[in-house]
Design a protein around this ligand. Structure first.
Ligand code: B16
Ligand code: MG
Length: 224
């Protein structure tokens, strides 16, 4: 028997799935690296997707061969974040990625619950600026979790906030660490992006225009 739609949840990563904020993270991290005397490439930026702010800074300093005290690192992270927030405070609804609005509308109409599961501590501002906030039944982000993806904490808290079984939830992720977090949490996962960055995903799509509510229902019911 099929699981009733009001027992199904969709948990969305933010950056790279609903909006493309990676470009702003890249600009702000690059400016910081340049101030410290080294460069930071787009290829390196790829490795920071889904990784939290302090861990991202550690990786960047490592690549630049620079070492800083804990206090200096907090200051550097704050200065990068100030520059990033300056950029995202100007975002508009036009920056929502293809297929997002249609899918969120269709999920709502089908009675499927929707949560955010993002590593970002800035998700509130991004969802408000892009007019997406009102679709979410629960928002779990970097302000609510201790462990970074691939730890499943962010998605398990999302399922709990929706009052749903993890096995009845589907995660949408653009980062390998996020796919692993969903698997570790006992959830199905749809990768958004390129197959080779999304190993282990039940299905990989280019963007959210490539998935329908009936495919989501089939996947939760193991019929996909
Ligand atoms: P913040 P996601 C992640 O968002 C980004 O992919 C990652 O690059 C970023 O470092 C992280 O959020 C923390 O963001 O500095 O705004 O707290 O993909 O998990 O939605
Ligand atoms: Mg992401």
């Amino acid at each position: 028997m099929n699981i009733h739609t009001d027992k199904i949840g969709c948990l969305f990563d933010l950056d790279g799935v609903l909006v493309d904020t990676a470009v702003y993270h890249y600009k702000a991290w690059k400016a910081l690296a340049n101030r410290l005397g080294f460069d930071f490439t787009e290829a390196q930026n790829e490795h920071l997707k889904g990784v939290n702010r302090m861990r991202s800074l550690e990786m960047i300093l490592d690549w630049g061969g620079v070492s800083k005290t804990e206090a200096e690192m907090l200051e550097l992270a704050a200065s990068k974040n100030a520059e990033y927030v300056e950029m995202i405070s100007k975002m508009t609804a036009d920056e929502v990625l293809p297929g997002t609005l249609q899918l969120l509308e269709q999920l709502k109409a089908a009675g499927i619950k929707i949560a955010l599961g993002s590593a970002s501590k800035n998700s509130g501002m991004i969802l408000e600026r892009t007019n997406l906030a009102h679709y979410f039944d629960a928002i779990i982000d970097g302000n609510h979790v201790n462990a970074s993806k691939p730890d499943p904490e962010v998605f398990l808290k999302g399922a709990e906030a929706l009052g749903l079984e993890p096995a009845h939830c589907i995660v949408f992720e653009d980062a390998q660490a996020g796919v692993q977090a969903a698997i570790n949490g006992g959830m199905k996962v749809i990768g958004v992006g390129k197959q080779n960055n999304l190993k282990g995903a039940n299905m990989v799509i280019k963007d959210l225009s490539e998935i329908s509510v009936s495919q989501i229902i089939d996947l939760v019911n193991d019929k996909a």
